[in-house]
Design a protein around this ligand. Structure first.
Ligand code: MV4
Length: 504
């Protein structure tokens, strides 16, 4: 197969699972393309398998032996005559070697070039590359600090507090805060150890600590004909342990001037690696309105739906089209954001017990709908949530003409969401949205620690919702056999019998 002229894309292998695999299958359908799923032995019943035209088992439950087995995935592509591979997020999405292998196999890689992935994947390389393009960086060391004397001198010059970061890191892995010189040696050793274990690459560097930053990121989209546009920013500051929980666009404190500067910086960063496909440039925004490049994610992101809702662009469709060599077909001047969108991530985890994952059988699942509501989920009653993967069950998003309407619609959608089986963070999410600090847009990275440090559910609403869900999914006992008049079917409150909760 000639790698410069791969065959036209018709069959797309989705090298992922869960809601993003379902989402990508939808994008394929929208273009008349045929989605092909892969699955592990733990995912035989998974919703993403049903979303595809064909599905191939690639190995046992452990991700290393299935979703991260490059040979098995390429064999699945061959067996199903796939023309292209979409990696989704996580797994192989930011693996330059896998992107290369896909291309070498004569398949179209739906994503940026291996060069762009590799450059941005190395945080020191990314810093150097975007600095040359004039993108503002947090003051820091430009080289890995192997020598502790050099590190101590650099840290003193930067001024404490500082952060030790892993060059191969990202997402907070291998990161250490250092308040003063007395902590530096231990932090360097710990970060090096952690980075070596996680990435087989122990290089670390220093950055000045930005206190109480917001995490604001810019969506970019490029084609192979030289068009590169941005689709505004997303604010994703409400996180715990580097896991985002709430994402929205626009950023509540964004101004036209700040947006102009930040999006220009994001486009410059993307241009520095000839970026093609959907990508995200992350910034820290400090309390004085200054912003600094953090890293670039060279993939479609979990939180892409809020951008789609406000900008009216299907990012997966755009990725598929530009991967096939088509032009984007629009320029920056053709794009106008409208209104506000907020997404929350529903996790199978227990907020009352340190957010411990809570996988297992889903007995009932009722998803919300209504004006401006969007659900990206891969949950089905009767199917277990495997323990082997990320415990995210669904993303629930709402669009509104303004932030208040988006918040109200999302809060309404959450009270319409029912799940019976795994413990979830549903009630926690409701309390985040209902918090006055959220309404006021005071969403920096300290939000959860400041406002919901030791969270406990209020009221028995969750149990009531779960019982109602159970009641609505339980078939009514047949009376008198034969065809029954649906007008005589009992209401949930009747089938519930003594399971009625006091006060509901
Ligand atoms: C920082 C920072 C403060 N100052 N860098 C966290 C994940 C990784 N992408 C980088 N991170 C941070 N880098 C400097 N120089 C604070 C964080 C950080 C953070 C950033 C975004 C969202 C949530 C966060 C939570 C803790 C720390």
């Amino acid at each position: 197969m000639n790698r410069l002229h791969p065959r036209p894309v018709q069959r797309v292998l989705i090298a992922n699972r869960g809601e993003i695999a379902v989402r990508i299958a939808r994008g394929c359908r929208a273009l008349g393309l045929s989605p092909i799923a892969i699955y592990s032995e733990a995912d035989r019943q998974a919703p993403h398998v049903l979303a595809a035209d064909a599905a191939v088992c690639v190995g046992p439950a452990a991700a290393r032996e299935s979703y991260l087995d490059a040979e098995a995935i390429l064999a699945a592509a061959r067996a199903t005559h796939a023309d292209a591979v979409h990696p989704g997020y996580g797994f192989f999405s930011e693996n330059a070697g896998f992107a290369e292998a896909v291309t070498r196999a004569g398949l179209t890689w739906i994503g940026p070039s291996p060069h762009a992935i590799a450059t941005m994947g190395d945080k020191l390389g990314a810093r150097a590359t975007v600095a040359k393009a004039g993108v503002p960086l947090v003051p820091g060391t430009e080289i890995a600090v192997g020598d502790t004397n050099v590190a101590a001198r650099s840290a003193r010059e930067l001024g404490y507090p500082i952060l030790v970061k892993a060059a191969a890191g990202g997402g907070g892995k291998g990161m250490r805060t250092v308040a003063s010189e007395s902590e530096l040696l231990d932090a360097l050793a710990a970060a090096t150890r952690e980075a070596t274990a996680a990435f087989c690459d122990g290089r670390v560097y220093l950055e000045k600590l930005v206190t109480r930053p917001r995490h604001v990121e810019v969506q970019v989209l490029g084609d192979t004909h030289g068009t590169l546009v941005h689709l505004g920013e997303r604010e994703c500051s409400i996180q715990r342990r580097h896991q985002k929980i709430v994402e929205e666009t626009p950023c509540p404190i964004m101004t036209e001037t700040l947006r102009a500067h930040m999006t220009e910086a994001a486009l410059a960063a993307a241009r520095a690696v000839d970026y093609v496909s959907a990508g995200t440039v992350e910034f820290l925004l400090d309390e004085n309105g200054r912003f600094y490049f953090l890293e670039m994610n060279t993939r479609l992101q979990v939180e892409h739906p809020v951008t789609e809702l406000v900008w009216g662009i299907d990012l997966v469709v755009a990725q598929l089209r530009v991967a096939a060599g088509e032009r984007l077909g629009f320029a920056q001047a053709d794009l106008r954001p409208r209104g506000h969108a907020i997404e929350v991530r529903l996790y199978a985890e227990d907020p009352q017990h340190n957010f411990l994952p809570s996988a297992g059988m889903v007995y009932a699942w009722g998803e919300p709908s209504g004006p401006g509501v969007r659900v990206d989920a891969a949950v089905r009653a009767g199917v277990s949530v495997p323990v082997e993967y990320d415990p995210m069950l669904a993303k629930i998003s709402a669009w509104g003409a303004d932030r208040a309407q988006a918040t109200a619609r999302l809060a309404g959608a959450l009270s319409e969401t029912t799940i019976l089986g795994p413990t979830t963070n549903l009630a926690f999410l409701r309390d985040v949205l209902a918090h006055p600090a959220f309404a006021a847009g005071r969403t920096n990275t300290g939000f959860l620690a400041d406002h919901l440090p030791a969270w406990h559910p209020t009221g028995a609403l969750d149990l009531a919702a779960a019982v109602a869900a159970l009641a609505t999914t339980r078939p009514a006992a047949p009376r008198g056999g034969g065809d029954r008049d649906p007008r005589c079917e009992p209401t949930p409150w009747e089938t519930l019998g003594r399971w009625r909760l006091a006060g509901t």
